[in-house]
Design a protein around this ligand. Structure first.
Ligand code: ATP
Ligand code: MG
Ligand code: MG
Ligand code: MG
Length: 437
């Protein structure tokens, strides 16, 4: 992409109402624009990051055996009347009437819709287990939308739903999601702590939240330090095998959100193993058995020939919230520092004297080589001051900067800067390209 043709409206200063650094940087770097309270347009750079996060979530869901579908944003109120949640859900639900006076709602979650899909097709234990997920916009009329996409009203969620014949099988489904989530966050460059959590309006009796540590987080967590430091399980696990040991290795270490916190148990941990901090909820998984399948009559026939309500769980990842969460975890005074896995562009080529034949030629060569290698470079070909180019490239957080100026071109070298460390090297173009590719 040539910057002269792109749309990257960066701002010198963040609007005063942006309180936390990720919100400020998302506005300044031109990732999002607020259209209404908690409702955002995604600009090109923000959309690219959002799509990359979405794709990582998708890959890890698929790896763990889940199957993607796409459910509508608008749902029939009648389905929610069947489950009994239509009245219970309260003010966060956006209720809508169509021209026939039918009650609709903009889905805040999709247990009812997916249960309706499931019950229409699946009748026997032989067709289980199943896990269906979608990555779709949700709406919750939050009382206090704030911190940009971190607490939006319209936001993108990955929500998966598991269906199993009995509790033991449902726990296996839960374990798969538990471990898949850790892999998702690790690929995003985040350290997420699984903490025991309250089930809230989703209901049920087994639940974990995934929290990343950040001072601006809205949750308080208490955890055993060994859990905080434990790595993700990695993709090479036997997804059909016994995952209980891997899950237990983590769940036997104390970790709780404030609602579930038990001070006595926590205080009994060795003092150097106690860790309490603020955090951001970036995912939440639930096992809730027959809470929806029983009232909605999603029954399956078991091996004994008897019909029973299917056992369910649901599993949410805050995809759009993660864009803000990653920035909270990875920035400096100059701006965003994207992890390579979600960076909107793999490298930036900075032409310090656009219009100079030598600089233009080297930049074009670099741009072509990086494009051919699939790095997806952003070429700053604008006629602008070097200082402005450096500041903009730092602000938007592209992992590599390949800097081409007239003096270097005369000497047969370019400069290569790594955004995360600030490290700069002067070297021939070929060597710089090799370092990036
Ligand atoms: P919170 O406690 O932050 O209000 P929640 O517990 O109500 O979140 P869940 O129902 O568990 O949310 O939804 C699954 C995930 O969706 C959350 O873990 C979070 O990452 C994301 N999420 C929830 N509400 C929002 C929101 N208003 N804006 C952006 N992401 C959200
Ligand atoms: Mg909420
Ligand atoms: Mg919550
Ligand atoms: Mg939650």
């Amino acid at each position: 992409m040539r910057l002269s043709r792109y749309f990257m409206p960066t701002l010198r200063e963040a609007p005063a109402d942006a309180q936390i650094v990720s919100h400020q940087l998302m506005l300044r770097a031109g990732l999002i624009r607020q259209e209404a309270a908690g409702i955002y347009a995604w600009l090109p750079l923000g959309l690219k990051v959002l799509k990359k996060i979405e794709e990582i979530v998708r890959q890890e869901m698929n790896r763990a055996g889940a199957v993607e579908i796409l459910m509508p944003t608008l749902q029939l109120a009648d389905l929610w009347r069947e489950s009994g949640r239509y009245e219970d859900y309260g003010e966060e639900m956006l209720r809508i009437k169509d021209r026939h006076e039918r009650d609709l709602l903009y889905g805040p979650t999709a247990e009812e819709v997916v249960t309706d899909i499931f019950r229409s097709y699946v009748k026997s234990y032989k067709d289980l287990p199943k896990n269906l997920y979608n990555i779709q916009w949700k709406f919750r009329d939050e009382r206090r939308p704030r911190f940009g996409v971190m607490r939006g009203r319209e936001f993108l969620m990955k929500d998966a739903y598991s269906f199993d014949i009995d509790e033991a099988a449902a726990r296996r489904a839960y374990n798969r999601m538990f471990l898949a989530y850790l892999n998702v966050y690790s690929r995003l460059g985040l350290k997420a702590i699984p903490v025991r959590a309250d089930t809230g309006p989703i209901g049920g009796d087994l639940s974990h939240e995934f929290i990343i540590l950040a001072e601006t987080g809205e949750s308080q967590v208490f955890a055993h330090r060994d859990l905080v430091e434990m790595g993700a399980p990695g993709p090479d696990i036997d997804w059909d095998g016994d995952l209980q040991p891997l899950v237990e290795q983590r769940t036997r270490l104390y970790a709780a959100s404030d609602e579930m916190h038990d001070e006595a148990t926590y205080a009994a941990l060795p003092e150097d193993k106690q860790m309490t901090a603020r955090g951001i909820e970036v995912g939440h998984i639930f096992y809730f058995g027959t809470k929806y399948s029983a009232p909605m009559k999603a029954n399956v026939t078991g091996p004994d020939g008897k019909d029973t309500p299917v056992q369910m769980g649901s599993y949410g990842v805050g995809v759009s919230r993660l864009v803000g969460a990653i920035i909270e975890a990875s920035h400096d005074d100059g701006g965003i520092i994207w992890p390579d896995s979600v960076a909107p562009f793999g490298a930036a080529v900075l032409n310090l004297r656009a219009g100079d034949a030598g600089c233009d030629a080297v930049c074009e060569q670099a741009y072509k080589a990086l494009s051919d290698a699939g790095i997806d470079p952003l070429y700053d070909d604008r006629d602008d001051r070097p200082g402005a180019k450096f500041a903009a490239t730092d602000l938007v957080g592209i992992p590599w900067q390949l800097i081409v100026g007239p003096k270097g071109v005369a000497d047969g070298v370019v400069e290569l800067k790594r955004r995360s460390t600030g490290e700069r090297q002067t070297l021939p173009l070929e060597a710089a390209l090799k370092a990036i590719i």
